[in-house]
Every structure is written in C-alpha cells, then in structure tokens.
Design a protein around this ligand. Structure first.
Ligand SMILES: [Zn+2]
Ligand SMILES: [Zn+2]
Ligand SMILES: [Zn+2]
Length: 757
C-alpha cells in the first residue's frame, strides 16, 4: 500500500491530433486517478494524482498503449505536491486563444456496447445509444457552445429517465448532449425506392433483404452508405452497374477483428487502427482463399475493412453474420449523400431500400482510409473520426483559410499554433462538391470561432477553389502546388529551415505555367527553388491522357523514336488506329493539345500501359496502383539505366529506362519483374538527385510528399536508400501525401508569409 501522490508529466512528439487526450482521459479513469490533461505548444501536459503504484502503471501505459498514430518523443515524469480534487478532466489547450475544440464522431464505447446487447436493458438493440464517452459529435453539431440545442438532437425532448441521467453528475450520461432512448430519441425507418414505408421491424427487414442480395442505402453518422452482401458476385455486380463504378475497390464492414482476420492478413498495428474509436477503413492484404466476391476489389491485392463505427453498424454487422460491402452513398464523383430527401433522389436508381432515421446529419463526413507502410500508418483519406482534431503547427502564425487544390479537396483553418483540417470533400469538378466545400468552410469557421486573416489557394487560376477564395474579400496568397505538398510534410513533422522536397504526383500548376508533378524542390515555408524535375513528356490529348494511360506510353516512346513511333513492335501501338496515327504524331510533334508535363504519375501511367497492365482507367490512380500490385509479385533486380541531364544536372530522365523496358518486353521477360525493376529505377533516380542537391547545398533533410508516395513499394525503397546515404527522411503521418493533405501546407506557407498591414 502506497500513499497518495501527484505527478506532472510532459510528453512531446506527435501527440496532438491523434486522439491522445481522450486516451489519457480513459487511462486515468482506469487507474482511478484525478487531475487533468491539456495540449501545450510542444505536446501534452498531464497532472495526475492517486495511488503511487497506479501513477507508475499509468505512466508506463501512456507509452505502451498510446494511440496508433501517436509517436512519443520524450516523457518527463516528476513528482509534485498533492492537490486533492476529484475526477479527471480534459482542459482547453494552453495557447488555443479563443474558441474551444470540437470532438470528432466516435464509435460506441464498451459500456454502451454492453448495454446495446443486454436483454432487458432499456436501450437493448437501440441503434442510437451513446454517452459522454462516445457517439456522434462533429456531424450533428450545428453551432456553439456544444449543447443539445446546438445539435441536430434539438428537436428530441428527453424523457424523464434520460433527463435523470443527464442531470446526474455520477452518471455516464451526465451532460451527454446526444443522450436518447427508444422512448424519446430518434428511430429507424425503412423505405422502398419510391419512398413508401416498409412495414415490420426495419432492422430485421433490412438484414433479410441483404441476405437476398438487395442493395440498401443505410444512413450512418456522416452520410449514407450503400450496403450489400460482400460474398455475392451477383449483388456486387448489380451495385457496380447501378453506381457506374466499374473497378474501384469497395470497402467492407465486418462485425469484429476476428472475422476480419478470416479474410485478410492483419498485423497488430492494423488491428489497433481498425479497433480504434475513430473506426477508419484500413487496407489489409487479402488472403488467397476467400469467400469474398472477386468483384469487391478486382485486380487488387488488398481489401479495405472497417469495424462498426456506430451502434446501427454493430447491429447490422452482427445480424448479417458475414462482411457487408459498405461504400459511400454517392454517384461517381459526387459528394456522399447525407440529407434524407437528397439521398432518396440521388440513390433511388441504385438502392432497393433505404434504412434511415429521423436524426439529421449536419455535416457530411466520409470514412477515413489508412494503409500501413514502413510499419507505420499512412492516411489515404483523413475524415470521419479524426476531423476536426487540431494538428500542432510548427509555430504561431497568422490565421489562414486554406482551400486545397482540386482533387480530394479538404480545407484547413488555423488558429495560433493549431491547424484544423476539414473532412474529405471530394473532387471539385461539379457544383455539388463545390458547395460542400463552401458549407464546410463556413461551418468550421463558426464552430472553431476562427476569423481568418488571409486566404491561401492553389496557383492554378481556374480551379474552382481558387475562384471561390478570390471572391471572399480577404487578402489572398496563391501557393504553388508542390511547394504546398512539401510544406505540408514539413509542418506535420514540425520542421523549420530549409529542406529538400521530393514531390511526386499527378498534376499541379507550375510557376512557369507548365504542368509539374515530378519535382525536386529546395526551400522552406516562405520560399522555394525548383532544383530539379523529371524530363518533360507531352500529354497527348491533355486531360484525355490522364484517363487513357496508353497515350502516355506512346508519348514516352515518341521521345525515343520520333516519327518511327508506330513501327515499334509493341501492343500499346495498336491502341491508335492506322487512320489516326498521323494526327496523333502531329499532336506530339507540334504540341497541339499536348501540354508538357514533368509528372511522375504520368510516367507510372506510361509504364503501366507499356506493360499492358492498364491502357484505360476507370478511377484515379488505377494504372499506377495495378502496376504496383504487379511489381509486388516480381523479384527485385538491378535498376534500369536512366540519365541526369540539363545544364545544372536538373533533369532526371527515364528515357533509357523506357528503352530498356521495351527491350525486356521484346525478350519476353516477365512483366512483374519489369514492373519491380522500374520501381527500383525510380527510387535510384530520386536518391541520386537528392545526392546532387546535397552536394550543392549541404542539406540532408528530405521530405517525401505527393500522391505517388501512396505507393508503398516505391516509398519504402526510396526511404531506405536515402537513409543508407545518411539523409534524414520525413514522410507523412497525420495527413495524406496526396492532395487531401495539401491545404495544411498552403496554410502554413500563407501563415508564415502574411503580415498584417
Ligand atoms: Zn458510451
Ligand atoms: Zn429517453
Ligand atoms: Zn498534388
């Protein structure tokens, strides 16, 4: 038996924006400690008081059980004088200035889950069960302060039983704003595609229909999903036809980790991510023998799984008994449906039934998507469960509204040393997505009480986000696309000063008006130099070349063979009919509707098409994704040749690589080995360029950003080789390397450049 003691703990590292404070809170309750936790400028500070042994165990568990996205740098533990007091609280951030923070939507806690499946409990099987420790937040908040009247629960008057819990300081539901029960709270209902109510128990009817192969639109926390039996080829085929989504992989919902492990290889970390309160979709490697329909993720070695993220999903997943496809309820390219009338209108051509309820969703939020690389989590999409947690910025800065670019749009608002990224909004090609961006911008500003000093937008003059930003009546700063990528990776790693930025992605507007995308930058937040880039290729047909990678293959071959292009004995040449060939050549020769690009994404497209992996794509990045999958099955070999040209050695040219690949194709070498060797070649080229830049500038910190770094094989190879050359390598961890993370970089650049007049 030890006496009561109090300790001050200071933790630094990546501990903000990763769910660390709620984790500390739960841990303190487990060990029966009182005290508080708060964010500071550098990390997290805790004061905890209780039994001495419990304090030590608590401090140990802080390291051992930290949330998967957290990286604990140092943990300082110091005994201080006891102060007494009861309970453990999360304090507002020490330097947040005005405005509080809003919690993300969160899965059912263990206590509520137990009640949900406890016969006789007054909330037995009630799909809207929640308490102070769990439930919807961000998606139902309409204003501040966060009280029931400022949520979409405002219209539901609590019954006497719920009110009693709500007012009882000792109850788990004390001041739980979304508190509800079957007597007073929201209810499920089921409709057919004409909007006619289906009689009977909505949940049971839904499960029956799913078993018969029906497609059901299910209203979740952040919007509608489309649910269908993951083991039925026929049902999924129907969903693909109706949704006009040919091949893009669908994510699945499974009841628990044990069932996930039946279908995929799931590491400990993947398991912890899946089971975390944020409930992201995690990409895990398929098992060879699987009852899951091939059509769920055709041509892909990975399955995206998630565990139930709300009570309704728990009920559905357990009731159904095997995995359900759970894909966003939208048409291709449109935002996820979240209003009931909108869902019925948009999805009536897709869903047979609608399982809905009378609790409104105020902010739509898609699911988050994570994959592991280098044994660490990497966001492909940061959204529900994580938004709007604050990310720590490298320092105090002006308050910015950053609007992202065009693809995978997200926005970022900053306040003092904190950045708040929005949920995934989508591709800003249509009015619906654009208005979703505007809604989110307004909503986040109100909730977080941020009045930005300045707007940051992409350099591209025609992006809808640029046009919107310039119309806001605030000072604007245009940020070059790849500079923003670089700064985004710097910011989340807390870097300052100058670095080498290797930014590889699909498309971005360059400072010289051409299309960039394979860039070696040098600089920091305030400025950058373009120190190198991939040899430019033409994009015959402009945007058509993105959808039809064979065009990039022909463009790459044109650089080698010129007019002799179509005499090459390669299958990809057959993609252009005899009659159209001279026109195609002219396009390449004269550059008519064939802009130059240094894009690395397009280089991967070219090789994918050369190898016959993908001549045309049906979703963004498909050619490169399938090329990577092919390379994973190949054996490693020597890299192909490449050259570095340009007066200052600034051009990295993979022309010789393409020639060598053609020779290997002619010699019938296996495509998987060629794909593997190509990956190695790109990695070798990147490392050589970094070496040359270091020689000139003495910089040894390299940040890796851009959508191409979603490629696990390439990123691991690059990071390993750079580390072997004694570079310090920084990758993304808290925001995606693709354009979904771009707004963070824009925000930090503009925040550092802006000076009030
Ligand atoms: Zn709960
Ligand atoms: Zn009630
Ligand atoms: Zn980009």
């Amino acid at each position: 038996m030890t006496s009561r003691e109090r300790a001050s703990l200071e933790i630094d590292g990546i501990v903000q924006g990763v769910g660390f404070r709620p984790f500390v809170y739960r841990l303190a309750l487990r060990f029966g400690l009182s005290g508080w936790v708060r964010n500071t400028g550098k990390g997290v500070q805790i004061e905890a008081e209780g039994d001495g042994n419990d304090l030590l165990a608590f401090s140990h568990a802080l390291r051992e059980e930290a949330p998967p996205l957290a990286v604990i740098g140092s943990l300082k533990f110091e005994k201080i004088t006891t102060a007494g007091g009861e309970g453990f609280v999360i304090l507002d951030s020490a330097k947040a200035g005005k405005g509080g923070e809003i919690s993300p939507d969160c899965d059912v806690c263990d206590d509520c889950l137990a009640e949900l499946f406890e016969p006789g409990n007054r909330r037995y099987l009630y799909p809207f069960i929640n308490c102070t420790n769990c439930g919807p937040r961000y998606s139902i908040i309409t204003g501040i302060p966060y009280d029931r009247p400022a949520t979409t629960m405002a219209g539901f008057a609590m019954c006497d039983d719920c009110l009693a819990e709500y007012h009882d300081p000792l109850h788990r539901r004390f001041h739980a704003q979304p508190n509800a029960c079957p007597v007073c709270g929201p209810r499920l209902s089921l409709y057919d595609r004409e909007g006619v109510a289906v009689t009977g128990d909505p949940l049971r009817q839904t499960i029956e229909a799913l078993k018969e192969g029906a497609i059901v639109a299910v209203k979740g926390v952040g919007g509608y999903h489309l649910a269908v039996d993951a083991c039925s080829e026929a049902a999924i085929g129907l969903l693909r036809r109706r949704k006009k989504r040919d091949e893009k992989p669908f994510a699945m919902l499974a009841a628990d980790l044990d069932s996930v492990r039946r279908y995929v290889h799931c590491s400990d970390l993947e398991g912890r991510l899946l089971a975390g309160v944020e409930r992201p979709i995690v990409l895990t490697r398929k098992r060879l023998q699987t009852p899951i329909a091939e059509l769920v993720a055709p041509g892909n070695g990975w399955f995206g799984f998630m565990l139930p993220g709300n009570p309704l999903q728990h009920l559905l997943a357990r009731g159904f008994g095997r995995p359900l496809v759970m894909t966003s309820g939208n048409l291709s390219d449109e935002p996820i449906a979240y209003r009931d009338d909108e869902a019925l209108r948009m999805l009536s051509g897709i869903a047979d039934l609608f399982l809905t309820n009378d609790r409104e969703i105020h902010m739509r939020t898609d699911d988050s998507v994570i994959r592991l690389y280098r044994g660490e989590p990497l966001f492909l999409r940061r959204s529900r469960g994580y938004v709007p947690r604050a990310l720590a910025l490298p320092g105090e800065q002006a308050s910015v509204l950053a609007l992202g670019a065009e693809l995978k749009a997200t926005l970022c608002l900053t306040r003092g040393p904190q950045g708040f990224m929005s949920q995934h909004i989508g591709d800003l090609k249509n009015a619906a997505t654009m208005s979703s961006l505007e809604e989110s911008a307004g909503h986040l500003q109100r909730l977080l009480e941020i009045t930005p000093d300045v707007v940051a937008h992409d350099l591209h003059p025609d992006y809808l986000s640029t046009v919107y930003g310039q119309g806001l009546g605030l000072p604007c700063i245009a940020v070059q696309h790849h500079h923003a990528h670089m700064a985004s990776c710097m910011a989340e790693n807390g870097l300052d000063g100058d670095v080498i930025g290797v930014v590889l992605d699909g498309t971005g507007y360059g400072s010289d008006g051409t299309i960039w995308g394979g860039e070696f930058l040098v600089g920091g937040y305030k400025s950058f130099q373009r120190r190198g880039y991939l040899a430019q290729m033409r994009m015959p047909g402009g945007d058509a070349a993105v959808k039809e990678p064979y065009r990039m293959a022909l463009s790459a071959l044109y650089r080698l063979h010129g007019d002799e292009l179509f005499r090459q004995p390669l299958a990809v040449c057959d993609e252009v009919q005899e009659a159209d060939r001279s026109l195609f050549l002219k396009m390449l020769e004269k550059g008519i509707n064939a802009p130059l690009t240094s894009s690395c994404g397009r280089l991967f497209d070219a090789v994918s098409a050369l190898l016959g992996v993908r001549h045309r794509i049906s979703y963004e990045g498909q050619a490169a994704i399938e090329l990577e999958a092919l390379a994973e099955t190949g054996s490693a070999s020597e890299p192909y040749p490449y050259v570095v040209t340009g007066e200052g050695g600034e051009v990295l040219d993979f022309g010789p690589t393409i020639a060598a690949i053609c020779a290997d194709l002619a010699a019938d070498r296996s495509c998987s080995n060629i794909a593997r060797a190509f990956h190695r070649t790109v990695a070798a080229g990147i490392v050589e360029m970094c070496g040359r830049i270091r020689t000139g500038r003495g910089l040894d910190r390299v940040v890796l950003s851009g959508g191409v770094f979603q490629n696990r094989l390439l990123t691991e190879d690059v990071a390993e080789r750079l580390a072997a050359e004694e570079f310090r390598v920084y990758c993304h961890r808290l925001v995606p390397p693709n354009d979904g993370g771009l707004a963070l970089g824009q925000a930090v650049i503009a925040g550092n450049l802006f000076r009030r007049q």
